[in-house]
Design a protein around this ligand. Structure first.
Ligand SMILES: NC(=O)c1ccc[n+]([C@@H]2O[C@H](COP(=O)([O-])OP(=O)(O)OC[C@H]3O[C@@H](n4cnc5c(N)ncnc54)[C@H](OP(=O)(O)O)[C@@H]3O)[C@@H](O)[C@H]2O)c1
Length: 329
């Protein structure tokens, strides 16, 4: 496993982190025993960064992580593991509407109470990295929640402060980075979603902000294992994400990437992760991991040589601006 500086924050994170959403049970049936085994295997292979959230199984993911860290400490396994979790806004629109008020959705009383709950679920006194789970650009001019989080940081209850981008407006976090409000950003950046390379990633680098890349596999599609006939369990969120003709369109585009990889020696999952890691602003990529086999496959990618620049460039042609209708399907 290779390590990279987490922005300017004096800590080196493993290139591959552990995305802990699927172990919450929102991706179809998941046995806690498999999740614990996957977490332990990833940590044994050098992972020192885990990403979770309050909303992942209503604390189930956080509790499993807390259990693993306690068990490992009791077994004498040392080594700091950096845990990032997320606080959602108080109930209401998701993502927040531009007409919502920051000091209502993320009030001081709410943020303080939520932090206490995060600590209880993880079994810690202090959160290494607390991220706001979503945001609206409308709050950039008066980002009051971050004033509260900076106060909590001064009180020693939080290590670092971050934001997870709203999918529809990832660039809304650029002003927050420039304003010095956030220590890290969590962003969707993958072979399809390349827009962060336009500005966001460079600004993060300029500002010494840690960059956590999520959804590197486009929710599994960029591993190349789906076909147009793949069906997801009704309690797997991907039944909705890939509904209608979305899966068939995604599979066709994934096949085009696979044909660009022919003869390069890369399998799709390794290429998807290595392509993300090729951007120098990226601190850690956090593939979702739900089994020992996935922990081993994904951690192993960090041991490969970096992707040759010519291939990184060639694969840029697979950018897919799904949010817009102007280009048609
Ligand atoms: N708003 C937010 O802040 C937000 C949103 C999304 C995600 N996240 C974070 O980012 C992490 C990563 O995103 P994600 O989990 O949504 O999606 P992802 O990383 O694109 O896809 C992960 C899924 O791909 C499959 N997989 C993983 N490794 C594989 C391999 N080597 N070969 C084949 N299949 C493999 C697994 O599911 P199956 O085995 O079931 O196919 C896994 O759950 C999350 O876990 C979470 O921590 C944050």
């Amino acid at each position: 496993m290779r390590f990279r500086p987490f922005g300017k924050h004096g800590f080196n994170c493993s290139e591959i982190g552990f995305g802990a959403w699927a172990i919450s049970g929102s991706w179809g049936t998941q046995a806690d025993g498999d999740s614990l085994a996957a977490l332990n295997r990833a940590l044994d292979l050098g992972v020192n960064f885990i990403d979770t959230a309050a909303g992942y199984g209503n604390g189930r993911s956080e509790r499993l992580i807390g259990q693993v860290l306690r068990d490992r400490a009791a077994a004498g396994k040392s080594g700091k593991v950096f845990v990032a979790t997320k606080t959602p806004p108080a109930p209401g629109n998701w993502p927040p509407s531009p007409y919502d008020r920051a000091d209502e959705r993320y009030s001081e009383a709410y943020l303080r109470a939520n932090l206490t709950e995060r600590c209880a679920h993880l079994g810690v006194e202090r959160i290494d990295l607390l991220q706001l789970h979503t945001w609206t650009r409308a709050w950039n001019r008066q980002p009051t929640p971050f004033q509260v989080l900076r106060a909590l940081q001064r009180e020693g209850r939080i290590g670092l402060i971050g934001i997870s981008t709203p999918e529809h407006d990832q660039n809304s976090v650029i002003d927050l980075m420039r304003g010095g409000w956030v220590d890290s950003v969590q962003v969707i950046y993958n072979l399809f979603e390349q827009e962060p390379a336009a500005e966001l990633l460079d600004v993060a680098r300029e500002c010494g902000v840690g960059v956590i890349v999520r959804v590197a596999f486009d929710e599994g599609a960029l591993t190349g294992k789906f076909t147009a006939e793949t069906r997801f369990a009704p309690d797997d969120f991907r039944a909705k994400y890939f509904e209608g003709d979305r899966l068939a369109r995604t599979v066709a585009r994934t096949a085009a990437i696979a044909s660009d990889l022919a003869g390069t020696g890369y399998a799709l999952p390794s290429a998807a992760l290595q392509w993300v890691l090729a951007h120098p602003a990226v601190s850690v990529v956090i593939p979702g991991i739900r089994s020992i086999a996935q922990a081993e496959a994904n951690c192993g990618v960090s041991d490969l040589p970096p992707m040759p620049p010519a291939l990184v460039e060639k694969l840029r042609r697979h950018q897919w601006r799904r949010g817009l209708w102007y280009g048609g399907k």
